[in-house]
Design a protein around this ligand. Structure first.
Ligand SMILES: *Cc1c(COP(=O)(O)O)cnc(C)c1O
Length: 416
């Protein structure tokens, strides 16, 4: 969500004017953001990096995942959740989502095998995963929990912020996310050793800039790729962080109004999707479960909104590299070929999570936006009613009201 003002421009101009473009020993915007965002999340450590994809990968490398390990991921997420697992040499195992369109705790439990070491709840579209159930399963089976909070900036679950509940979390500050510096991301954790390893995964020369320490075996630096954050990113995010509570509060207020305003339509059969933490999630989208995919299609044709299963890249059927078994550029580095992964579940098919597809294809998402005016919110409520009457009650009489010039931007959000 791109909500910026003169403050961001001034902060960026200041960094450029002063030539403070490197985070270590030159500028302090990244450092300042990391400690402020850690405090915002309620975790001990936050490490900035270039993207959410890189953050996920660094988080999984920090945990020590690798060949021989399986990581459970949901059938509905951006493909980076799956490809990040592959960057460690481990194998992603895809499990179903439930009607909240987040990972189904029962499906996690069913999928756990002798190789399973971790699970990735993804707070998709800002909606909360069922974290109590997931943490309980993780405790019983000794699994790591990596919260993919890339779409969950500003939101939380029952009073705790996303990315502070599992062992480690990953965030994205890409253009489409709730808070942005164009591109960007980071790793959250309260475990100091994990934080150190994540920083090494982000910058193998990190110890040079911040000081070497004598540690035991687990603290030794390792070779990796480079994803060091820029001071421009830090400067912009320091301003964006001042905005995020207001952004989320506005979306929550809109969500509440739209829920209230469409309540009476439940007697037509309009059904809200279940929410795992309705008062704490990001409220970036309101979701309705249509009786079938056919009704979802008709609904979105009448009132342009988004079908969760039809975004073109957020469902496992679209993850080409994973489905093709192209887990790395070089065949010898491909986890799908690695002998240690011989006992892992490595085969996928387009219908392996048919229940998820069925749910996703009848889930309609109505995007909220912090800049919606009261008239626009009223129009959204009106339009949901018109579409519901037509689709669920066969009453085709109503006309759709325009919901503003912001439409283009709102629908960009579905491109998250
Ligand atoms: C955006 C996103 C990512 C990746 O973030 P980038 O910053 O685009 O690399 C990972 N997971 C989810 C769920 C996302 O939405």
């Amino acid at each position: 969500m791109y909500i910026v003002g003169e403050e961001e421009i001034a902060a960026l101009a200041n960094v450029i004017r002063e030539g403070r473009l490197f985070r270590y020993g030159v500028g302090n915007e990244c450092d300042r953001f990391e400690s402020r965002y850690a405090a915002h999340l309620g975790v001990g450590h936050f490490a900035l990096t270039v993207s959410g994809t890189y953050a996920l990968s660094a988080a999984m490398i920090a945990l020590g995942l690798g060949p021989g390990d399986e990581v459970l991921i949901p059938a509905h997420t951006y493909m980076a959740t799956a490809t990040a697992v592959l960057t460690t040499g481990a194998i992603p195992v895809i499990v179903d989502v439930d009607e909240s369109i987040t990972i189904d705790p029962a499906a996690i439990e069913n999928a756990i095998g002798p190789r399973t070491r971790a699970v990735v709840p993804v707070h998709m579209w800002g909606a909360a995963c069922n974290m109590d159930a997931i943490m309980d399963i993780a405790r019983r089976h000794e699994l790591w929990v990596i919260e993919d909070s890339c779409q969950g900036v500003g939101g939380g679950y029952e009073g705790k912020k996303f990315g502070s509940i599992g062992h480690i979390g990953a965030f994205s500050f890409n253009y489409y996310k709730n808070m942005t510096s164009g591109e960007g991301g980071g790793v959250s954790t309260s475990d100091e050793r994990l934080a150190k390893r994540a920083r090494c995964a982000i910058d193998p020369c990190h110890f040079y800039w911040t000081g070497r320490e004598d540690g035991d075996e687990a603290d030794k630096p390792f070779a990796g790729n480079g994803g060091r954050a820029s001071e421009l990113m830090g400067a912009m995010l320091n301003v964006q962080l001042d905005r995020i509570d207001g952004i989320v509060a506005a979306m929550r207020a809109e969500k509440k109004q739209v829920i209230e305003g469409t309540k009476k339509l439940s007697n037509l059969g309009l059904k809200l999707s279940p929410m795992n933490s309705p008062d704490h999630d990001c409220a970036a989208h309101l979701m309705y479960l249509m009786p079938s995919a056919e009704e979802a299609k008709r609904f979105t044709r009448i009132f342009p909104s988004v079908i969760a299963g039809k975004t073109g890249r957020h469902t496992y059927t679209e993850w080409d590299q994973v489905l093709m078994g192209m887990g790395a550029a070089h065949p010898a580095m491909n986890p799908y070929n690695h002998p240690d992964n011989a006992a892992c579940r490595r085969t996928y098919s387009k219908d392996m999570c048919a229940r998820s597809l069925e749910i996703l294809n009848r889930t309609v998402m109505v995007p909220m936006h912090p800049k919606h005016s009261q008239a626009e919110i009223d129009a959204i409520i009106h339009n949901i009613e018109v579409a519901s009457r037509a689709v669920l009650a066969g009453d085709e009489d109503g006309s759709i009201k325009p919901t503003s010039a912001l439409d283009a931007q709102k629908f960009d959000m579905s491109a998250t």
